[in-house]
Design a protein around this ligand. Sequence first.
Ligand code: ATP
Length: 259
Amino acid sequence: MDPIFQVERVGKSYKNAKVSEKVLHDVTFGVERGEIVAILGPSGCGKSTLLNLLGGFERPDEGTVLFEGKPVDGPSRNCVMIFQQYGLLPWRTVRKNVEIGLERTGLTAGERRRRAEEYIERVGLSDRIDHFPHQLSGGMQQRVALARALAVRPKVLLMDEPFGALDTFNRYALQNELLRLQESEKQTVVLVTHDIDEAVFLADRILVMVSGPGRIRREIRIPDYKPRDRGSPQFQHYRKVIYDLFHLSGQEIQTEFAI
Ligand SMILES: Nc1ncnc2c1ncn2[C@@H]1O[C@H](COP(=O)(O)OP(=O)(O)OP(=O)(O)O)[C@@H](O)[C@H]1O
């Protein structure tokens, strides 16, 4: 066991129009190095807030968030966030968009250039390297965002519904791509999604959240078989487990649920 994140009894509230709303309550879990963990739950249950706490963009009101045993006290290059809306600079080419993440890393201009080329090739976009974002499809733009994140060689990729804006075919292609890249780079990935299929396809472990206030209801460990076959009975089995879970109510919270 080599935990990279340890989240202990975390609580978080926000004040909106002078009313305090408890967004997360008593959230505890760990993430192992090299693991892909999906945080799955309905809209508003606090998934993004949890990801922001891991990334150091927010602080907990209660409890602790540890990264490699130390409290997270702000964003760091160890954890790179990828959002649904790509976040590319429209006036920069693919190459320059990837290089931007490498500024202030101590790499020389030549090293930045080579590193960017390497990762653009890994995501299969070498032939588009001098294109601007508007000349690319949504799937290609998200590939650029992935290359930009990976080029930093972070220990952790934090992904907030990264494929949510893509059509089904592009989404599947990017999910395959992510698994392929993660297999070689061995990053830890924490992914927020409300797409049950995406969670089952990508994750080693799924944290199922419920709202009011946001908390973890179940932890589902998916046996290690990759690449996963979306049409297999095993895949359908895990989908059904989660569908059933969302139709249940008033259940005790279980932290471990192995099938
Ligand atoms: N910075 C903020 N200030 C005030 N309230 C916030 C802030 N961020 C989130 N919230 C509130 O916290 C709750 C949880 O939001 P969060 O974005 O974490 O949920 P989510 O599960 O990621 O939702 P979605 O799937 O729709 O993105 C919501 O009620 C939201 O309005």
